[in-house]
Design a protein around this ligand. Structure first.
Ligand code: NAP
Length: 257
């Protein structure tokens, strides 16, 4: 495994929003590939911590409410204190608010854009400043992986701030790749399709919407967080050293229809 281009042994990762759903799937997949993981979020990540430790890897929890950039520098300092270095950042924490565009409130706009876009940028900036300190001399590359969405490519309906934020994530992924590729950092994104998590609980519970969604997915099933974990291992690994500014759809074929 050690000479596999997908091996992450000894690599140190931050995953935000890792207590459940896609973040948990990514944290466990990174651990299976050999990485130690800092689990950053506002809820206890004890379950994810146990799953990472069961893979024989180190997990630390860092408590932080990522609805504002207040905790960003402290999150990076705690991860560097614990691990000595950060090799991989997965910007996964995100929220969604549903309402008709005609009735959409400023509060629902700000909450979603702040968490999904503003904090993603400033956490990437803080980790990027740390990575440029070692990446270009050591020959190893830092990896930033943003969690985008089908609404990075499509308009969606009744989710204006989510669509704006995830479209912004796509643009920032490319901008950061342009600026940081020469500094030893890869910046890419994963665009999950319809994954069975808390984020999509309302859609899964709506029998009509769920049937319509499944009819369009060539794979014929909702995705599982572990489906996203494999893509994250790829983008975090040496196998993706020449992949830059890419938004990798993991959607069971949704966009192909
Ligand atoms: P989820 O289970 O609701 O996970 C969201 C995660 O973000 C949770 O860990 C949540 O923590 C965390 N989070 C939200 N606000 C936070 C805050 N202020 N501070 C710290 N952590 C915060 O849903 P998910 O589907 O796994 O979502 C993960 C990411 O995938 C999101 O960026 C989402 O937009 C994206 N995504 C999901 C789908 C899908 O089909 N599920 C599709 C495309 C993109 P709490 O548990 O404490 O709220």
């Amino acid at each position: 495994m050690a000479d596999s281009p997908f091996d992450l042994t000894g690599r140190k990762a931050i995953v935000t929003g890792a207590n459940a759903g896609i973040g948990q799937g990514i944290a466990v997949a990174l651990a299976k590939a050999g990485a130690d993981v800092a689990l950053v979020g506002r809820s206890s990540a004890a379950e994810t911590r146990d799953l990472v430790e069961a893979e024989g890897r180190q997990a630390i929890e860092i408590a932080a409410d990522l609805s504002s950039i207040g905790p960003v520098s402290d999150v990076v300092a705690q991860a560097v204190d614990a691990f000595g270095k950060i090799d991989i950042l997965v910007n996964n924490a995100g929220i969604i608010r549903r309402e008709d565009a005609l009735d959409f409130s400023e509060a629902d706009w700000d909450a979603v854009v702040d968490t999904n876009l503003k904090v993603l940028f400033f956490l990437s900036q803080a980790v990027g400043r740390h990575m440029v300190g070692w990446a270009s001399q050591s020959g190893e590359r830092g990896k930033v992986i943003n969690i985008a969405s089908m609404l990075t490519f499509q308009g969606g309906i009744r989710v204006p701030s989510y669509t704006a934020s995830k479209s912004g994530v796509g643009g920032l992924t490319k901008l950061l790749a342009n600026e940081w590729a020469s500094k030893g950092i890869n910046v890419n994104a994963i665009a999950p399709g319809y994954i069975a998590t808390n984020n999509t609980a309302a859609l899964q519970a709506d029998a009509d919407r769920s049937r319509q969604i499944l009819e369009r997915i060539p794979e014929g099933r909702w995705g599982d967080p572990s489906d996203i974990g494999g893509a994250a291992v790829f983008l975090a690994s040496r196998a993706a050293d020449y992949v830059q500014g890419h938004i990798l759809a993991v959607d069971g074929g949704w966009l192909a229809r």
